[in-house]
Design a protein around this ligand. Structure first.
Ligand SMILES: [Zn+2]
Length: 276
């Protein structure tokens, strides 16, 4: 236990643990003698008060782990500082999160690898399916999307037309999708051909050939759809709409060095300008 706690943060000490209902509750304390004020960077040794904080960590032998920390509130003695007290902070947890960063990283890793079987779940829950979004591979921006209660050729051809129109009919495109009947339909293939778009398919039963789109859907489901009980189709559409806006303009992306798709494209265009 001691080692596990030290791996989390060397400033932590293991105190004790108990197992209740198959859950491990581990008491930990800070080992720091002096704590740096995050506002003025001065060190303090004076504790103002303590409060209990608990958060989840990676499971141990299949058991849930809750860390219980006696978090200290320190007095800042710097008269120039705008704050008289401050809470001790730790690198292993961000802000007011209820989970350690290493647990969050694990959840993200798992969700990226979630099979699209979960898509079927949405279908049955909401009686609405999401048309495959067209995702810009370079910046991961969602360039167009359509939603319809059922998969249809009309849905994907109209979405594709909108994507092409909005992006000014770019050249050298590849369209990647699963092998759904609507993507192999004559109407859709013709649309791709006249626009010189190369068509590419995921192998059957291997949705992760399309990892980028799958990652998007997984984020949409985990961060939004599974949290809400939709009362109407309209509510569902609005939620997807808002999420895509958020995804493109506000949500940092690990593969884009934690920039948003929109910001990433901006920086790329600035670089191109400088180079020319
Ligand atoms: Zn201070």
């Amino acid at each position: 236990m001691e080692e596990l706690v030290k791996m989390l943060d060397e400033n932590l000490e293991y105190k004790s643990h108990e197992i209740v209902d198959g859950c491990i509750y581990m008491k930990i304390v800070s080992a720091r003698t002096e704590v740096k004020c995050p506002f003025c960077a001065e060190y303090s040794v004076k504790t103002h008060s303590t409060y209990e904080r608990s958060f989840q960590d990676l499971p141990i032998q299949g058991m849930k782990v809750t860390l219980v920390l006696n978090n200290r509130k320190m007095l800042c003695r710097n008269s120039e500082c705008e704050h008289t007290t401050f809470a001790e902070r730790f690198d292993f947890i961000s802000g007011k999160s209820k989970k350690t960063k290493r647990l969050e990283a694990e959840i993200v890793r798992l969700s990226l690898n979630l099979s699209s079987v979960t898509a079927a779940k949405i279908l049955s829950q909401n009686a609405v399916s999401i048309g495959k979004s067209t995702i810009d591979l370079f910046s991961r921006r969602v360039v167009a999307y359509g939603i319809s209660p059922k998969h249809s050729t009309y849905l994907i051809t109209s979405t594709m037309k909108r994507a092409l129109n909005d992006s000014g009919y770019p050249q050298q495109l590849t369209f990647h999708s699963d092998q759904g009947a609507q993507y192999t339909s004559k109407a859709f293939r013709t649309l791709l051909r006249v626009n010189n778009i190369v068509q590419s398919f995921s192998r059957s039963g291997k949705p992760h050939d399309n990892a980028v789109a799958e990652a998007f859907f997984s984020a949409l489901k985990k961060e939004e759809l599974y949290r809400i009980n939709f009362k109407s189709e309209r509510e569902f559409y609005e939620c997807v709409d808002n999420y895509i806006m958020f995804y493109n303009t506000q949500r940092p992306h690990g593969t884009l060095a934690y920039k948003t798709p929109e910001r990433f494209e901006e920086l790329y265009q600035q670089k191109q300008k400088k180079a020319s």
